[in-house]
Every structure is written in C-alpha cells, then in structure tokens.
Design a protein around this ligand. Structure first.
Ligand code: FCB
Length: 803
C-alpha cells in the first residue's frame, strides 16, 4: 500500500475505556438438571412437556447440562476473554414452590458459579427472572396474580443475601413484554394462555415485581440495578433502508401506537412513573385498569442505574385502514405489520443494524438519567460444523454491523456502557427448541461438546482490542452534528448552507457542535482534510460472455449507479474484472487509495473478488447478494419472494403442472429464483419440473423443447428471466400450444420486450434502478463511517396476457 491509502490499517474503532464485553444465557435454556438438587417444576417444564408446544417436542431437561459443566464453561469464557457473564437464577431451584425457605443445593450452585467466575476475572451479572416461574405460583394465577410480585421480592432478598457480597450488577426482570404477551396474550410461550386482558395484567405485575425487587436490592446495597427490556425500534418499511425518511401522518400514528405498546408500556412506568395515554386507553378497552392500584406506579418507578437492552430486529408497520388488530398488539387495528425486505436470520428476523443505533440514541435522548447496556444481541443461523471449525461468517457480519451501529450511537452521545452477545452457547431456544442456534460457541447436544465458532474467535479479538478494526476513514456525519446539537438534520444543513431561516441562537449551537466534532461539510475541503479522492470504482466482475452481455437490465443498473454517484459529487471509474489479471488490477487499484470505495456488480457464486476486496479494508458494497457470506453489505431485490409470487399466481390461475426454466446454477440470482419456485410449490405438494437455461432467448427455447418432451401435459412455465420466457413462448406457439389457454407462462425482470411479446408476458418487476441507488447510498454511508444494513427491495408481479 502507498502513502495515499485511505484506510488506516491496524487502527481500531475504539470503544470507551471501561466498556464491558460479555455474553449472556438464561437458566432454563442451558442448565438442564431439571430435577437435581430439589429443584421444583417451572412453567417452562410444564409447557415443554405438553405435546405440541415446542418444536420437535424438545425440553430443557438436559439442555447444555451447564449445571454439571459450569466449571468448564467458565474456563471457556475466560479463554474467550469475556469481561462479564450474564446468567439467570432459576427461581424453582431456590424456592421449589415459589415461596418459603430456600433449598440449600440451589443456592450452592450459584454460589460456586459466582466464585468460579470471579476467580477467572469475569464479572457476574445476575438476572433474577428469565421466565422460569415456579409452577406452583402459576397454579395460583401466575403473573396475573398480584401476589406473585411480592413473592418475587422475597426471592430477590434470598438470592441477594447469598450472592450480594460478590455480585455487583443485578437485572430484575427479563423482557416483561415477551413474558406477558407471548405467555399470557397469545400463548406461544409458557404458561400458554391467550387473553389480551390477562397479558396487560401480567405486564403490570411484572413491572410491579421489578419495582419491589429493585427496592429490595437498593436497600440491601446493590451496586448496579437494571431492568432488561426487549426494546424494538418501530419503523415504516421505507425507513428500514432509509432511516431519514419522514413518514406520512398516518404512518407516524401507526409507528407511535406500536412504539407505545412494545416499548413505552414498560419504559415509561419504570423510568417516568406513568403509562403512556394510548396504552391506558387500550387497556381500558381490553378489560379495564382495576389491576393498577394507587401507589403502584411510584413503586415501579424506582431509580435504576442501567437499562438493559435486548435488540434483535425492528418492528415494521404502516397504516392500513381496515386491517384487523394483530393479536400480539391488542389495539393495533388499522395497522399492517409488514414483512421487511432486509436480509433475515434463521429466525426470519430482519437484520437491521441501524435499528440499534437509532434505538440507543433515542433512549439516551428520552431517558438520559439511565445508563445503557446491551444485554442481548445476536442471531441464529444454520451453522455447519466443518471438522473442528464452524465458519459462521453470517453471525460475525451480524455482530460487526451491530457493533458499528453501537459505536456510531456512542459517538452521537448515547451512554452505552457494554455489550453482551446472545448467546454464549447454542441452547434451548424456547418454542423453537434446539433447532435455532444463537451461540458463539457450538454445542453438540449428543455429546455436550463445546466448540467456539469463528464468531467467538472474532469476538475474542474485538474484546482484546476493545474495538473493531477501523478499516475505513471516519469523519463525523451530519447526524452526529445534529445529535450533538440536539437539532434536526435539516437545521444543521440549513445552517451549513447559510440559510437565513435559522435563529442566531440555534446557529450558534450548531456551529459549536460543528467545531467540537470537527465536521467538514464542504466536499472540496473534505477531500483535503481526509485525503478523500471523491472517486468511486464501479467494478463489474465475471466474464462478459458468462454474465453480462445478455442481461438486458445490466446497463440499467450500471447507468443508475453511475448517475447516483455523480449526483453525490463523486467521480466514477468503471472497471472490468473479467479475468484473474483484471481482478488483481482492481484489487491493487482499490488497495492503493485511488478510490474511496467500490460498488461491486458480481453475479457469480464462485467470484473471489468480494472476499479479496473485503481484505483490502476499503468500503465495498455489492449490488446483489454475494454468494459466500462476507462482511460486504449489499443491496438486492427479492428474488425468492418474486419468483414465489409468480408461481403462486400460476397456481391461483388453476395451473397444477408448473415447470421452471432456471438460470445458470452458479448465478446467485438464479439460485434464489429457483428457491422461490420450489417454496411456492412445496406448500401445495405439486412436484417440480426443471430445465436449465443460460438467460438467453435461445436457451429458453431449448429448455422449453426439453420440457415439452419430458412432460407433454404441463400447463404452466415459470422462467427465471424474461428472455428465456420469450424463447419459451416461441416454442410453445411452434408446437401449437395456445398461451395462456393450454400453457400459461411467467418470466422475471420485466425487460422492455416483455410487454411487446405475443401474448404480452406476465413477469416480475425487479426495481433495478432503486437497487443501484440503494447500493450507492449504502456505500456513501459506509465511507462516512456510519452503520449500514444490507437491504433487499420488494419486487412486483406484473400480470399480462400470458397467464
Ligand atoms: C430473547 C430472550 C432470550 C433468547 C433470545 C433469542 O427474547 O430473552 O432468552 O431466547 O430472545
């Protein structure tokens, strides 16, 4: 690398000096030993032993057998360099029936665990309630019974009496929203009841339990007291890829209502001593507010030191008049819970790291009195053990994205004190049983062998360096200035552009923040200060015959990306990487600082360029999902969903023998479209019939001939590209088949020729221009050091005469 390299290699994106790095678990999910040491049954024992409740009938009877293996587990934590370990105390291990004297064995276990942790220099962070309510208390009404809150205060006292001399950080209740809504509101968690009124009662009593427990802890001299909530940024679909988008008034109302239910129903009583009005109004409708007694809100509103944040995914909603309420959100009439078009984890949860930065800055702005701790963040993926390694690049990328987001929030002023990954190891994932793996350590549930995944090894490095590799030049963003000054982005921009509409007072505040942060707004000045080149390489990878020449949308994509870059004041260098030499040239060019970043257009699964560019440390965004999971963020279109929608449409037209003309198997897009076809058919039990083409018209014609030969009575065809569909149309007409009467046909891409075909072609429109713009925005954000989330844009079915 030369002196002009813009990425400062070896530097770290540093976190505050005393930042806490750790991992979390919960008792029922890992301990096993369900009947050892006099432990009583909890609602999760009952629930998991009820047929049909948990995937594959799994239970927590053995789990990770941590009860017996805790010493080895602590050794493993020490090897990973964890500074803190968050675990929960199983209430029924201490008080088997939820009341009365403690069982010695239960307390002894946690006593030994704490000692072991301290000896390994790991701070124990104790959660008092992570969902395993003693069954005996449930038999008396569980959390719908006010008395349970008082029993919890007694339990708190017992545990603190024993561990308080060595445990400094205490979390009262974990995720009261999940406990109350999933457990009592819709019944997919223990105890499995389904009533909105009961869910609100349970939620209130969980909050009361928190308040009472916090009082006990405070009186006993606990150092740090926390409440852990599943806080969820609520946003419109558009805001997922563009957080700055201003929603319509109707959508804002939808966002606010859901925010009140999922977040402020808990935040406001705990931190402000009141329920938000919209929540009270909904409670009134759902069964009244009699359960809220005088003085409760004062009890709930105890001073606490930390707010524990469990963040996984945002909640995406928009206004949709006439939409019935979602059972998990009583009172959510006229709101549509929309699927997002971001990539997802194995749980189907959208991956949106920017949600975390938004959440953290918002919390520090709205509840400045409390420090923040990420008590859970993580992802389930379908891990594969390869020898003695688990290459879980997706999980590493997930953490990397979320840590960048957390760092951005700290820079914007959020008081974040630590980050605990969920989870230390694979475990019993509640209703999903052992099928969903969240660990950074792999667990073989047959042998109980632990194996740190690649993400754990990566995390160890993060901890060691107290941060991430910086890998890209950072400079303060407009958002950072706005957050520091406490004004909107548009105010900052108006001040910077010298508009006279801002008062002198605000102008002074903004300029103060600009100076403090060293924000350089002018692009010419910026390139002087930051050694920016203001040039971006647009790299097209893969051999031209293979991929591009016959992709009619390719030029649209390149043109849109170029336009978007130029409009942002960037120079664009178009580069071809169609050979090994070409790839090397691109790599060297990028690494030697000629450009600030790369937009990569690469369609082939075997392309080594994404990984090679990622190693140079230069910001890269891929147009289309790279086949091998890398850290490279991408903008893609929903190929799977689009293909599935076309096939479902053919099914809805009464077609039963639906063949597919797939694209070249090495192309990611083709793989995804084929998956969509298969998914749509799978639901119906119809068999798949597949021929493969190479996206050209001639290959579509050949594939169609073969299909007619193999299955003369087929009645529909889905082609993974419009040109192939048009080739197929020709063969159908040559063979005397009427379209759509005999054979209906649908393509993909909506190229111009689709509407001129005879008959006009039903197809799936992929928003290529938007995709290109989204990729460019991702890249610019990344160059600015901001957190980025990959994005997948929705497709649209265009129905014409061919189906
Ligand atoms: C949270 C729970 C935790 C774990 C993760 C995936 O809601 O607190 O126990 O199951 O989700």
């Amino acid at each position: 690398m030369t002196a002009t390299t813009i990425s400062a290699k070896g530097e770290t994106l540093a976190f505050p000096q005393d930042f806490v790095w750790g991992a979390a678990t919960a008792a029922y999910q890992i301990e096993g030993a369900a009947r050892d040491g006099g432990r009583g049954p909890s609602i999760w024992d009952t629930f998991s032993h009820t047929p049909g409740r948990i995937a594959d009938g799994h239970t927590g009877d053995v789990a990770c057998d941590h009860y017996h293996r805790y010493a080895d587990d602590v050794r493993m934590m020490a090897e990973l360099g964890l500074g803190a370990y968050r675990f929960s105390v199983a209430w029924p291990r201490i008080q088997p029936s939820g009341a009365g004297p403690a069982v010695a064995d239960g307390l002894d276990f946690y006593d030994r665990l704490v000692d072991e942790l301290l000896a390994a220099d790991i701070s124990p962070y104790v959660t008092l309630y992570h969902w395993d309510l003693p069954q005996a208390l449930e038999d008396r009404g569980g959390w719908t019974n006010r008395d349970t809150a008082y029993r919890f205060a007694d339990f708190t006292r017992i545990v603190h009496d024993r561990l308080g001399d060595r445990v400094g950080t205490w979390m009262t209740i974990n995720e009261p929203w999940v406990s109350s809504v999933l457990g009592y509101g819709i019944g997919i968690h223990a105890p499995g009841r389904a009533s909105a009124a009961e869910a609100f009662r349970a939620a209130h009593h969980l909050l009361l339990a928190h308040g009472l427990s916090a009082q006990v802890l405070r009186d006993a001299g606990a150092r740090e007291i926390a409440l852990t909530l599943n806080l969820t940024p609520v946003m419109t679909p558009g805001q997922v890829s563009d957080p700055d988008l201003v929603p319509s008034a109707e959508d804002s109302e939808a966002v606010n209502r859901i925010d009140c239910l999922i977040n402020r129903q808990f935040l406001d009583p705990a931190l402000r001593g009141k329920y938000p009005d919209p929540v009270l109004a909904i409670m009134e409708r759902m069964g009244g507010v009699d359960h809220i007694r005088d003085g409760d809100l004062e009890t709930i509103n105890q001073p606490i030191d930390l707010l524990g944040i469990n963040y996984y995914t945002p909640c995406v909603v928009r206004s949709e008049p006439g939409e019935p309420a979602n059972a998990a959100y009583p009172g959510s009439e006229d709101i549509l819970f929309s699927g997002t078009h971001a990539p997802t984890t194995a749980m189907g949860w959208a991956i949106v790291p920017t949600g975390l930065s938004q959440l953290l800055t918002r919390l520090s702005r709205d509840y400045p009195e409390v420090g923040l701790l990420v008590t859970e963040n993580g992802a389930a993926f379908n891990d594969v053990v390869a020898g003695d390694r688990v290459h879980d690049a997706d999980r590493t990328a997930f953490f990397e994205g979320h840590l960048r987001a957390a760092h951005a929030a700290i820079e914007a002023g959020a008081d974040l004190r630590g980050f605990l990954v969920w989870s230390l190891m694979d475990n019993f994932e509640w209703a999903e049983g052992y099928n969903k793996r969240f660990g950074i350590v792999h667990v073989d549930f047959e042998t109980q062998q632990r194996l740190p995944k690649d993400s754990a090894l990566w995390y160890r490095e993060v901890i060691r360096h107290n941060g991430l590799h910086r890998e890209r030049a950072r400079r303060p963003t407009l958002e950072a200035v706005a957050a520091r000054a406490g004004v909107s982005r548009s105010t900052v921009s108006r001040v910077i552009n010298g508009e006279g509409t801002v008062s002198d007072e605000f102008r002074a505040i903004v300029m103060h923040a600009v100076n403090e942060l060293g924000y350089v707004p002018n692009s010419a000045a910026r390139s002087l200060v930051t050694r920016r080149t203001d040039s971006i390489a647009l790299v097209v990878s893969g051999s031209p015959t293979e991929a591009r020449a016959d992709d009619p949308l390719f030029s649209v994509t390149v043109r849109s990306a170029t336009r978007e870059l130029e409009e942002s004041g960037k120079r664009v260098t178009l580069m071809l990487a169609d050979s090994a030499a070409g790839r090397l040239r691109v790599e060297q060019y990028a690494a030697s600082g000629h450009v600030d970043g790369v937009v990569l257009v690469s369609a082939h699964g075997t392309d080594p360029l994404p990984a090679a560019l990622a190693r140079t440390g230069i910001p890269v965004v891929s147009l289309g999902r790279p086949a091998v999971a890398t850290q490279t963020p991408y903008a893609d279109v929903d190929n799977v969903g689009g293909a599935a929608s076309a096939v479902r449409h053919l099914l809805a037209r009464g077609r039963r023998r639906i063949a597919a003309i797939a694209g070249p198997p090495e192309a990611v897009t083709a793989q995804e479209r084929l998956r969509g076809y298969r998914e749509a058919l799978r639901d119906t039990g119809h068999r798949s019939i597949i021929a493969v083409g190479d996206l050209t018209l001639a290959s579509g014609a050949d594939a169609m001939r073969q299909l007619l030969h193999d299955d003369p009575v087929l009645d529909a065809v889905f082609a993974a590209g419009d040109l192939m569909a048009i080739g197929a149309l020709r063969v159908l007409s040559e063979s005397g088949r009427r379209v759509p009467d005999d054979v209906a046909i649908a393509g993909f891409d909506d190229i111009e020729a689709a509407s001129y075909a005879v008959p006009a072609l039903t197809t799936v429109r992929a928003p290529r221009e938007e995709q290109a713009r989204a990729a460019v925005r991702l890249l610019l954000r990344q160059i600015d050091g901001g957190p980025v989330s990959s994005t997948i844009l929705p497709t649209e079915l265009v129905i014409r005469e061919s189906s």
